[in-house]
Design a protein around this ligand. Structure first.
Ligand code: ATP
Length: 376
């Protein structure tokens, strides 16, 4: 195994800055996912680790060695590509053995090693098949076997599952987890799919527009996003904009675009008249039918200033069953909020119902107009 250290790595293609000033440490034996929207520079970053791309500036260390100027074939890395990159005119076995031949291993040894790797990825019995006869999932297994066969310290996976349908992708995610446990390697895995990143990663590096925005454990980046971009990319959230009207020492009040007041935590960083955007995650909101009693209760809560983040009322516009949860679209003064209700929640909510949405004030995240997060 080897750690990877990227120092101030940048790559430009002519006028285009594909990667800008990325510094990142991938720990020995860690699986780090680079996650971000299409074109944000994930693959280019990975290709600079592998040596397939030369940095415009910055340094790449693998282990203790500065490999920035080393060609790809001299690095102890192996790459798995989205499109598998298998040779169609070679058999499955020959594909897996190919890298071993390049490294000078004898014929019988190559065959034995390639068979062993095919066994490990559950592709034994396919040795003499052509890759063209295989399904996407099988091709990806062969590509994995080929990369593992050369026993690299660092395995680089570039969108390896994105050509697979959802079910197969989930199956392969589990397989990758097993492989990862079995083979003690350092993994860098590029994806634009956050489920995949959350399932596989020890830590996630989120990229946007060529820059590394945040690095952290899945739970950390999800619950504590650094800025609005990360919240939006990971959160599937409701953003509500408003202007701070006043503060009563315990809460500040935000007059929102749908003409309701939302209580937000008081922080010294929020000034009256400030424009802010609140993120209300669908899964952190509660939904309940609005009764006279709940109206009274909610007003009572506001009056004595206790408890949660308060609430807003509206009308259920539509209700979508999603298996383990129900998603309601609630119209609040002409704006739509999405709310996730667990199927185990007993309160029956139907389209057309008047409901109250509530949330815990600790689950509210606040962002400035430039996207930076307001923290205490
Ligand atoms: P995707 O998920 O779509 O592959 P990505 O995040 O991996 O996206 P990159 O492939 O690293 O992004 O590309 C980053 C930017 O650099 C894009 O605008 C892309 O068009 C550009 N780019 C990448 N490789 C080259 C190249 N060889 N020549 C010119 N532009 C390139």
């Amino acid at each position: 195994m080897s750690e990877i250290e990227l120092q101030n790595l940048s790559k430009s293609f002519g006028e285009l800055d594909a990667v800008t000033d990325v510094s990142l440490s991938v720990r020995d034996g860690e699986l780090l996912c680079l996650l971000g929207p299409s074109g944000c520079g994930k693959s280019t970053t990975m290709r600079m680790i592998s040596g397939l791309e030369t940095p415009s500036s910055g340094t790449v260390y693998i282990g203790d060695a500065d490999v920035t100027d080393e060609p790809a074939y001299d690095r102890d890395t192996s790459m798995v590509f989205q499109n598998w990159a298998l040779f169609p005119y070679k058999t499955v076995l020959e594909n897996v053995a190919f890298g071993l031949k390049m490294r000078g291993m004898g014929k019988q040894q190559r065959r034995d090693r390639a068979s062993e790797m095919l066994d490990r990825v559950h592709m034994d019995g396919y040795e003499s098949h052509s890759p063209t006869d295989l399904s996407g999932g099988q091709k990806q297994r062969v590509a994995l076997a080929r990369s593992l066969a050369v026993d690299p310290d660092v395995l680089l996976l570039d969108e390896p599952l994105s050509n697979l349908d959802k079910r197969l992708r989930e199956e392969m995610e589990i397989e990758l987890k097993d492989i990862r446990e079995e083979f003690q390697k350092t993994f860098v895995h590029v994806t634009h799919n956050q489920d995949e990143a959350f399932t596989l990663a020890d830590r996630i590096g989120i990229m946007n527009d060529g820059r590394l925005v945040q690095v952290g454990e899945p739970n950390e980046v999800y619950r504590d996003p650094k800025n609005k971009f990360v919240e939006e990319f990971l959160g599937d959230t409701n953003f509500v904009s408003g202007t701070v009207s006043d503060s009563d020492g315990q809460y500040s009040y935000l007059v929102t675009e749908f003409d309701s007041e939302i209580r937000v935590p008081v922080t010294s960083k929020i000034q009256p008249e400030a424009s802010l955007t609140v993120s209300l995650r669908p899964e952190f909101m509660q939904i309940a039918p609005l009764t006279d009693e709940s109206t009274r209760a909610s007003h009572q809560t506001r009056a004595d200033g206790n408890g949660g983040g308060g609430g807003v009322s509206g009308t259920v516009e539509s209700t979508i069953y999603r298996g383990s949860s129900i998603r309601h679209v609630v119209d609040i003064g002409g704006e739509q909020l999405f709310v996730e209700q667990s199927v185990t929640d007993q309160s029956a909510i139907d389209e057309g119902d008047t409901v109250e949405l509530s949330w815990d004030i600790d689950d509210i995240l606040l962002f400035r107009p430039d996207g930076t997060r307001v923290r205490d």
